[in-house]
Design a protein around this ligand. Structure first.
Ligand code: COA
Length: 361
C-alpha cells in the first residue's frame, strides 16, 4: 500500500504533466513559460476544454462574460447566515445552487461562479453592494472590478491573468483527483467542482497562501526571520509555501508568479520593499529547511509568491483560496469531462485491519 497514494498513477490525462525532478509544468503541450504572463485565463480554459465539449467557441471570453452575468442572478441567495461564514464557505454554498450538467453552458457557469460569488461575498461582508459583472471585460479585469469597485489597471489584470493561468491545472493534485472521483460516478460537473472546492480548502493544498501572509507579518523584518522560523520548526510546525509532494526542486510556478510580482512592483511604491522582504524570508527559510531536513528537498512552492501577488492585488488573505479556485476550476472541469468521456468508475480497495467477528463456537 502507498501512503497518501504517492507513486500511484490513477489516471491518464492529456491535460497537464508535472515533472517533479526537473521542475517543469506542461499544459496541453505548452510550457508554463509560454502561458504565464502571456495568455489570458479564458484562452487557457479554452485550451483545457478542447475536445471535451461540442461547439466550443474559438473565443471563450464573450461566452464566459455572459456566464458571469448569468450566475450573478444567484447572488441574492447570499443570506446573513452565509455572510457569517468564511468567503470560501459562502462561495461554495452559492456555487451549490447551480444545477448539475455535463454541457458547455454548465461548465461556463461553473468557471464564472467562484469569481462572481467571491467578489459578491467580499463586498457584502464589507457592507457594500455586490457589483454586477461586465460581460465585455476580460475575466481577470472583471474579477478585480467586481471585487474592488473600480476598474483594474492593465498591469493588474495581466498579473491576475498570470496567476489564474499558472494555477489552472496541475496534474492529479488532491482537488483534481476529488473532482475526477466524483465525475466518475456520472454525478455531473457541479458536484465535481464542489468536491474540488472542498479539497482545495485545506491548508496542505490551497489553504496555504493566507498563512504565508500571517507568517510574513509575524516575522515583521528580515532580522527576525531566522529565529522565528527555527522556533516554528522546533514547535513541529510546517512552513507554509514550502515543500511539495511531487516537486523535488523549486516549483516552476513560484518563479512564474515572482516574475508577475516583479512586473507589478515596477509601478508600485510599496511592493518593491515587500518583495525584498519576502525574498529575504524565503532565503532564510530555504537554508533552515535544508539543515532541518537534509534528506528531504523542501523548496519554495506556488503558494509563497501567490500570497505576495494576491496581497498586491488587494485581495484579503481570507479570500486567497477562493482566488485559487477561480483558476483551478478550469482544470477540475476539463479533468471531470476527460474522466466521463474515457474513464471508468473510480473505486479502489481498502485493506481491512480491524477486528474479526468471533468464530461461532
Ligand atoms: N515545513 C516543514 N517541514 C515540512 C514541510 C514544510 N513546509 N513540508 C514537509 N515537511 C516535512 C514533514 O514534516 C515531514 O517530516 P517527517 O518525515 O519528520 O514527518 C517530511 O518533510 C516529509 O513531508 P510529507 O508530509 O511526507 O510530505 P507530503 O508530500 O505529504 O506533503 C505538502 C507535501 C505540500 C503537504 C507539505 O510539504 C506541506 O505541508 N507544505 C506546507 C503547506 C503548503 O505550502 N501547501 C501548499 C502545497 S502547493
Amino acid at each position: 500500500m502507498s501512503d497518501g497514494l504517492e507513486h500511484v498513477v490513477a489516471a491518464e490525462t492529456v491535460l497537464s504533466e508535472v515533472d517533479g525532478q526537473r521542475g517543469v509544468l506542461i499544459v496541453r503541450g505548452r510550457s508554463l513559460d509560454e502561458l504565464a504572463g502571456r495568455a489570458r485565463f479564458e484562452d487557457v480554459a479554452a485550451l483545457l476544454f478542447e475536445g471535451f465539449f461540442e461547439d466550443l467557441p474559438r473565443d471563450l471570453g464573450s461566452a464566459l462574460g455572459a456566464a458571469r452575468a448569468e450566475v450573478f442572478a444567484e447572488v441574492p441567495g447570499l443570506d446573513t447566515g452565509l455572510l457569517d461564514r468564511t468567503p470560501l464557505e459562502a462561495m461554495r454554498a452559492l456555487t451549490a445552487r447551480l444545477g448539475d450538467g455535463e454541457d458547455l453552458p454548465t461548465a461556463l457557469r461553473l468557471v464564472a461562479a467562484p469569481a462572481v460569488f467571491t467578489a459578491a461575498v467580499l463586498r457584502s461582508q464589507a457592507g457594500e453592494a455586490p457589483i454586477a459583472p461586465d460581460p465585455r471585460l476580460g475575466h481577470a479585469a472583471d474579477i478585480l472590478r467586481m471585487t474592488r469597485g473600480r476598474p483594474a489597471g492593465a498591469e493588474e489584470a495581466r498579473a491576475l491573468d498570470a496567476y489564474l493561468t499558472t494555477v489552472a491545472d496541475h496534474g492529479l493534485n488532491a482537488s483534481t483527483f476529488a473532482a475526477r472521483v466524483i465525475a466518475s460516478t456520472r454525478a455531473g460537473l457541479t458536484s465535481a467542482v464542489l468536491g474540488g472546492i472542498g479539497a482545495l480548502k485545506g491548508p496542505l493544498h490551497g489553504g496555504a497562501p493566507g498563512p504565508v501572509i500571517e507568517m510574513l507579518d509575524a516575522i515583521g523584518e528580515p532580522a527576525n526571520a531566522q529565529a522565528w522560523i527555527e522556533n516554528a520548526l522546533a514547535r513541529g510546525e510546517r512552513l507554509m509555501g514550502f515543500g511539495h509532494r511531487i516537486y523535488r526542486v523549486r516549483d516552476p510556478r513560484a518563479d512564474a508568479l515572482k516574475a508577475a510580482v516583479r512586473r507589478l512592483a515596477e509601478s508600485s511604491d510599496a511592493l518593491p520593499g515587500r518583495l525584498a522582504f519576502a525574498e529575504a524570508v524565503e532565503a532564510a527559510a530555504l537554508a533552515i529547511l535544508k539543515a532541518h531536513k537534509p534528506d528531504r528537498p523542501l523548496d519554495t512552492n506556488v503558494e509563497f509568491y501567490t500570497a505576495l501577488l494576491l496581497e498586491a492585488l488587494a485581495f484579503p488573505p481570507s479570500a486567497f483560496t477562493c482566488v485559487f479556485a477561480m483558476g483551478r476550476v478550469a482544470g477540475w472541469i476539463a479533468h471531470a469531462r476527460e474522466q466521463v468521456l474515457g474513464g471508468r468508475l473510480i473505486r479502489p480497495q481498502s485493506r481491512y485491519v480491524g477486528p474479526m467477528p468471533l468464530a461461532a463456537a
